[in-house]
Design a protein around this ligand. Structure first.
Ligand SMILES: NC(=O)c1ccc[n+]([C@@H]2O[C@H](COP(=O)([O-])OP(=O)(O)OC[C@H]3O[C@@H](n4cnc5c(N)ncnc54)[C@H](OP(=O)(O)O)[C@@H]3O)[C@@H](O)[C@H]2O)c1
Length: 247
């Protein structure tokens, strides 16, 4: 992939999949902007990326933060070639325990943030640019305890179709990826508590490849979609899951 001088904006790029994508993009010659919220992970990313990326504090659920983010990107880079809409996450709860606050928080973090991130970035996305959304295999398969997260990711997956259809005449491609379980800090954040290691072991055992994925395995697909090699691909959703959603 040739990404020299491409401008790549990655929301939620301070850890996990977003961070791995930032590192690979830098290696491929891109100019990278990553965002996050937590001052500690922002500082760690800044130090690990060693000045090779702009690391900007911006909460993707806050529209004023998105306005400020894209104003900064405009000033520093003038355009976006690849927007990786990656910020998101979840908390797993059985149906009875998923109250209104939980519902709103997970929908805002994944679906609302994705919608407005792209809307606000549009003035910087020109002909030949592209958007990749991070959905999940939970968007198309039922798993107990993940109803709200699954709804939110189904909305994310739909954004690739709806925005893709609307933006195709402007020369902007919009695709989604749907990772299976990937080894990132997300498993410490979804409320598994002491069940974390058992959950991961179960994910490994039930995967046809008998392992979970690595963030770099997602990064390569994201950068492919963002590269000129994917020039005729829009509106798709690519599972990257060791086959677990298929067999
Ligand atoms: N790992 C998996 O198994 C898996 C599978 C399918 C899909 N995904 C999706 O992949 C994406 C990345 O997750 P990950 O696994 O790499 O987990 P992660 O390591 O927890 O990364 C999440 C990233 O998003 C940032 N973030 C969270 N909320 C944000 C907000 N409101 N505004 C801006 N940034 C925010 C985090 O920064 P802070 O530290 O500042 O919060 C962090 O940089 C998520 O959308 C997730 O749903 C993950």
């Amino acid at each position: 992939m040739q990404l020299t001088n491409k401008i790549i904006v990655i929301t939620g790029g301070t850890t996990g999949i977003g961070f791995a994508t930032a590192k690979l993009a830098i290696d491929q010659g891109a100019r990278v902007v990553v965002t996050g919220r937590d001052p500690r992970t922002l500082a760690a990313a800044r130090s690990e990326l060693g000045g090779k990326a702009d690391v900007i504090a911006a909460d993707s659920t806050r529209l004023d933060d998105l306005d400020r983010l894209f104003a900064e990107v405009r000033t520093r880079h003038g355009r976006i070639d690849l927007l990786f809409v990656n910020a998101g996450g979840g908390a797993f709860r059985p149906i009875e325990e998923a109250d209104e606050a939980h519902y709103d928080q997970i929908m805002d973090l994944n679906a609302k943030s994705a919608f407005f991130t792209i809307q606000k970035a549009l003035p910087l996305l020109g002909r030949g640019s592209s958007v990749v959304l991070n959905a999940s295999i939970v968007a198309s398969k039922g798993f107990p305890g993940t109803a709200v997260y699954s709804l939110a990711k189904a909305a994310v997956r739909q954004i690739a179709r709806s925005f893709g259809a609307e933006l195709v005449t402007r020369g902007i491609r919009v695709n989604a990826i749907s990772p299976g379980p990937i080894d990132t800090p997300i498993f410490d954040k979804v409320g598994l508590g002491d069940g974390r290691d058992g959950f991961v072991a179960q994910m490994e055992a039930s995967n046809p490849m008998k392992r979970i994925g690595r963030p770099e395995e997602i990064a390569r697909a994201v950068l492919f979609f963002g590269s000129d090699d994917a020039s005729f691909i829009t509106g798709v959703d690519l599972p990257i899951d060791g086959g677990v959603s298929s067999f």
